[in-house]
Design a protein around this ligand. Structure first.
Ligand SMILES: Nc1ncnc2c1ncn2[C@@H]1O[C@H](COP(=O)(O)OP(=O)(O)OP(=O)(O)O)[C@@H](O)[C@H]1O
Ligand SMILES: [Mg+2]
Length: 317
């Protein structure tokens, strides 16, 4: 649960614009706003779920936290210090502490490496352990994610999807991280396997005191794993709250539409078309049944509804 400790990672007013549609000279003619100004703190041993339709910026948020993408504006802090200022040892410590598990383990595991080598690669690079030591560590790690020892000397293609994701998780926990960014970690798996992987995440959290940024399309999965949930729409957090508040006292019209179980409402949802323009005001305006003129000037500030529940909507101002 959320603690009184300082956050591991803080995302501070991050904007990320991607250049799209270049001209003859390679200059960007238009900018796509993947993140419009996102702020978020992730505390020790908590799970923050991220939901929102395709293209709303969930993975981009994960990537700026992992330093795989640089913010166009704003910054990401690790233990209070901007990633831009982390040098040498401090940056290494950040890389160790913040790990990732992605959607498709087939793409993220090197096909030419054996499982024991994959899960201990970080240990080899960081601590220069010898083969024997690495193998012993690999045995431990493989056990931690409930794989059998026989998988140690196999290659990724010899494992099932669920087993491969367990390997990716073992690799992520090898360096004893504090935060794992899990971007759709169950989406590529068979439904029957999804629950097992979700349970593994929950189990590891308890044993290793981990925090997760858990990105998923699956609302039941997010509900099951998250202490808090943030809802994104076109590059903005439109609502955040404890999982309970978010699902039972849903405030933002977009969240209501997203989690609505009424058939027909869901069907209205279509993936976002690529949209180059950077518009002002509430991005949900065109689809919102409660829209009014002022919404076009709204800065998407999150307004408090309770200590833990916030919404970016003028209906609540
Ligand atoms: N490298 C890039 N160059 C240009 N545009 C990008 C790039 N990466 C992402 N985008 C665009 O930024 C927006 C946000 O993308 P992002 O991948 O963060 O969405 P997402 O919420 O993770 O979607 P999904 O649920 O489909 O994974 C999208 O419109 C996407 O097309
Ligand atoms: Mg994504």
């Amino acid at each position: 649960m959320r603690s009184t400790n300082p956050p591991i990672v803080e995302v501070k007013e991050v904007k990320k614009l991607y250049p799209v549609r270049r001209d003859f000279f390679g200059r960007a003619r238009e900018l796509l706003k993947a993140l419009g100004g996102v702020s978020l703190k992730i505390y020790p041993a908590e799970t923050v779920g991220v939901i929102g339709e395709s293209g709303c910026g969930k993975s981009t948020l994960g990537k700026v936290i992992l330093d795989l993408e640089k913010p166009t504006e704003g910054e990401v802090l690790f233990k209070g210090k901007s990633l831009k200022e982390l040098k040498g040892k401090e940056y290494k410590e950040y890389r160790r502490s913040v790990q990732a598990v992605f959607q498709n383990p087939s793409n993220s595991l090197n096909p030419r490496m054996r499982i024991w080598e994959i899960v201990t690669e970080g240990l080899k690079v960081n601590y220069g352990l010898k083969r024997d030591e690495l193998l012993a560590k690999a045995r431990e790690l493989i056990k931690t994610v409930n794989l059998s020892e026989s998988s140690l000397f196999k290659y990724p293609h010899q494992l099932s999807g669920g087993q491969k994701q367990r390997v990716a998780i073992a690799r992520a926990v090898a360096l004893e991280p504090e935060l794992i960014v899990a971007d759709e970690p169950t989406s590529a798996l068979d439904v029957s396997v999804q629950a097992q992987i979700v349970n593994l995440f929950l189990d590891l959290q308890e044993r290793l005191n981990l925090s997760y940024l858990f990105i998923s399309h699956s609302l039941p999965v997010v509900e099951a794993v998250s202490d808090r949930v943030v809802v994104m729409y076109r590059g903005f957090i439109v609502e955040e709250g404890s999982t309970m508040e978010l699902f039972t006292e849903t405030a933002h019209p977009y969240t209501k539409l997203l989690i609505s179980s009424v058939p027909g409402v869901k069907e209205e949802f279509r993936a976002i078309e690529e949209e180059g323009e950077v518009k002002e005001g509430c991005p949900f305006y065109p689809r919102c049944p409660y829209r009014r003129k002022e919404c076009l000037e709204f800065n998407m500030e999150l307004l408090p509804l309770s200590k833990t529940h916030k919404v970016a909507c003028l209906l609540f101002s």
